[in-house]
Design a protein around this ligand. Structure first.
Ligand SMILES: *[C@@H]1O[C@H](CO)[C@@H](O)[C@H](O)[C@H]1NC(C)=O
Ligand SMILES: *[C@@H]1O[C@H](CO)[C@@H](O)[C@H](O)[C@H]1NC(C)=O
Ligand SMILES: *[C@@H]1O[C@H](CO)[C@@H](O)[C@H](O)[C@H]1NC(C)=O
Ligand SMILES: *[C@@H]1O[C@H](CO)[C@@H](O)[C@H](O)[C@H]1NC(C)=O
Length: 592
């Protein structure tokens, strides 16, 4: 059987093991704070500086109760509580004052004591006058002792001082790895790191091992026998022997729960509220499995199954069944919402009813009541209230003006439609709300005004822009003639489709520049004087000759004869595109 760790403490008086490799030491008589600090530094490392809660707990458990308690290494310096060992100001988190402390009520309560075994506020601090006499509480940086090791030290000069020497040894069954000796050098460092103790024969969990050593510890022919704790079954070989090859004859066994005796507590699988549970075995033995399910409208939180494990514990805690929640609904703008069972519960089976203010209506009348289902969804989306004006739909490009002799959009309300510029109203321009709550006519439409389609002129080109629609309101077309030709009317180079569906000029044409010259000649030629000069008839015979101004393309001249004469030829001739008269000029001949 392995012996318990033994501490060799002959050279260390009054010594307790700390958790961090410290030894704690206290004085056997009382003294003021300054003297206590001096005493600690003289004999040990310094006054105690509290590291953490475990240390406080440890101190309270190991130190005896003394009257006046113990001084520790905190005092006020320049108005701040300071760790004297490190000269660091005490942080808020590190504070460990007793209830209502520090009060600094009287003069010079500038030093700190720790309450040990006081019954109340144990391990807490109190501020006291530094002149009071209390027990000094010191610490020494210690030689750390590894697990399963014991240490023997000798001190030729002083406690853990120059040339102090320590020797480590391991507990039975453990082998020392590292250096077994260490010495305090002149640099106040230890010459070697502490060794570790490693086990020769590993003892499995839940097992104990008994060894016999006919020759030496864990040497040839040493034999070990394993046995398992009650309720555990040994798997593997229960004995092992150290052979001549310094190997063990077999691997260590394992100890496993004897499954036949494993039972889990039935009370740990009781069904939670709104749940039911079904288990595979009534006796709740090893590997029994239980399955939970929730009532309709409840959601399972946690694990839905649990299994009885080899540790006699269930693999998971029972789940909970939580009432299914639907997303929160809100009162619509211009409307009301009423929910059951209450206005702020939106869970399974809650219902909410929606109504709209006068002049407003639910967008989809089927959604006036919503119901929260078992899956956490409402049976319809959140409804909204919309203005009834929506009923009098405003067509595109229309302007609508309504009058309401009674109430908004109610009996006898009348609406008049008109269209934006460039649009033509098709249908009825007015509608009236009749006694049957219907409108008297359907809304009209506003259609884009169209101009006549233009074509490219002969001997020219046309470029059009249609910002709204083809050859419609605001379309603009530009005309350019090919070389040698020009627009017959230069003011007509750009045409624009107006709001009434008319172009601001007639479709232009391109004329040959030469024919225009010819026309000009013709114009010169066809002066009335010249005409009559060359006419075979006497000037007097012609009663009238009237021509539209300037003998241009399209100009017309009409003739009539004086009494007693009749017109031989056309009574009207016009100037053609080819700069010729459409016919020979007529003559007036005597009526014979
Ligand atoms: C402690 O710290 C204070 C301020 O930080 C400084 O004035 C003082 O000299 C220090 N004392 C020692 C002994 O280091
Ligand atoms: C060693 O420690 C003991 C107890 O703490 C003390 O009485 C003794 O004087 C110390 N020895 C030296 C040399 O400091
Ligand atoms: C939602 O369900 C409730 C209750 O079944 C029903 O009264 C209501 O009409 C339903 N609503 C819709 C919009 O389907
Ligand atoms: C037609 O109107 C457009 C735009 O107002 C203008 O630029 C163009 O000169 C006009 N054309 C004629 C022939 O009046």
């Amino acid at each position: 059987v392995y012996s318990k760790l033994q501490w060799f403490n002959s050279a260390v008086l009054n010594l307790w093991r700390g958790t961090e490799g410290w030894s704690y030491n206290s004085s056997t008589y009382t003294m003021n704070w300054e003297s206590a600090r001096h005493w600690c530094r003289q004999h040990y490392t310094d006054m105690v500086a509290i590291q953490n809660k475990e240390e406080i707990y440890h101190l309270n458990s190991i130190l005896p109760k003394v009257s006046g308690y113990y001084w520790i290494g905190i005092r006020k310096i320049n108005g701040s509580w300071t760790w004297v060992g490190t000269n660091k100001t005490l942080t808020k988190e590190a504070e460990n004052w007793a209830d209502k402390e520090p009060n600094n009520g009287r003069n010079n309560e500038d030093c700190v004591e720790i309450y040990i075994k006081r019954g109340k506020d144990e391990g807490k601090w109190n501020d006291e006058s530094c002149l009071k006499e209390k027990t000094a509480l010191c610490y020494t940086e210690d030689v750390t002792s590894p697990d399963r090791a014991s240490v023997h030290c000798s001190h030729p000069y002083g406690n853990f001082s120059y040339d102090s020497q320590c020797e480590y040894s391991c507990e039975e069954g453990y082998e020392l790895k590292g250096s077994s000796m260490t010495r305090c050098t002149s640099t106040t460092e230890w010459s070697n790191k502490p060794p570790t103790c490693e086990q020769d024969v590993t003892s499995p969990d839940h097992a104990s091992v008994h060894c016999s050593h006919p020759y030496g510890n864990f040497s040839y022919d040493s034999q070990c026998e394993y046995s398992c704790e009650e309720g555990y079954e040994l798997k593997g070989s229960s004995t092992t022997r150290c052979t001549s090859t310094t190997e063990w004859s077999s691997e260590p066994p394992t100890c496993e729960r004897d499954k036949t005796v494993i039972k889990c507590k039935p009370k740990d699988v009781t069904s939670p509220d709104h749940a039911s549970v079904h288990c595979s075995h009534e006796n709740f033995s090893y590997d029994s499995q239980c399955e939970y399910s929730c009532e309709e409208g409840y959601e399972l939180k946690g694990s839905s199954t649990t299994r009885c494990t080899s540790t006699t514990e269930w693999s998971s805690k029972p789940p909970t069944c939580e009432l299914v929640q639907c997303p929160e609904l809100i009162k619509p703008q211009k409307g009301q919402m009423q929910c059951l069972p209450s206005m702020d519960i939106f869970s399974y089976q809650s219902t909410c009813e929606f109504m709209c203010e006068e002049g407003y209506t639910l967008r989809d009348s089927s959604s006036s009541t919503l119901f929260c289902g078992a899956t956490g969804r409402w049976n319809h989306s959140q409804p909204t209230c919309e203005s009834k004006t929506e009923d009098v739909t405003s067509p595109d490009h229309a302007i609508i003006h309504c009058s309401h002799p009674y109430e908004n959009y109610s009996y006898d309300s009348q609406c008049e439609y008109s269209c934006e510029e460039g649009y033509e109203l098709k249908g009825s321009s007015t509608t009236r709300c009749t006694s049957t709550t219907e409108w008297s006519s359907k809304p009209p439409t506003c259609e884009l005004v169209q101009c006549q389609e233009l074509i490219s002129p002969q001997d020219g080109k046309m470029h059009c822009q249609h910002p709204i629609g083809r050859f419609s309101y605001q379309s603009a077309c530009e005309f350019i003639c090919e070389e040698g030709y020009m627009l017959q009317d230069s003011s007509s180079s750009t045409l624009f489709c107006g709001a009434t569906g008319r172009w601001n000029h007639s479709q232009p044409t391109c004329e040959s520049k030469t024919s225009l010259n010819l026309l000009r000649k013709t114009f010169i030629t066809i002066t009335s004087d010249e005409y009559f000069a060359i006419a075979p008839l006497k000037k007097t015979l012609m009663k009238t000759l009237s021509c539209t101004s300037s003998f241009k393309y399209g100009s017309k001249c009409s003739f009539s004869c004086a009494e007693g004469f009749h017109l031989q030829g056309a009574s009207e001739i016009s100037c053609t595109k080819a700069a010729k008269w459409s016919q020979e000029p007529p003559r007036c001949e005597g009526n014979q």
